[in-house]
Design a protein around this ligand. Sequence first.
Ligand SMILES: [Cu+2]
Length: 100
Amino acid sequence: MFDPDRIDVRAKLNTTEAWRLRNVSREEHTFHIHVNHFQVISVNGRPYQARGGQDTVQLPHGGEVVIRMEFLDFTGKYPFHCHILSHEDRGMMADIEVVR
Ligand SMILES: [Cu+2]
């Protein structure tokens, strides 16, 4: 459940991270992050031919997506969450903080 007083992930400015997004549920979710877009690297272990940056990606149920994000020009806190409104409203959301 989302807690606005909790930082779930910290990242350092001027770094690049790869995140493995696992969907262990039986339904699809749409990962969405604010501020920094990302490049999709693979979906369920298969290379993905990204045509550019994106800020949402569909997470297949029981599957995983690997993304790569650069933290280049913003420090501070911002959210990432499921983009299905009813999931987001029920707290499927977390905060990242980018620090120097
Ligand atoms: Cu969801």
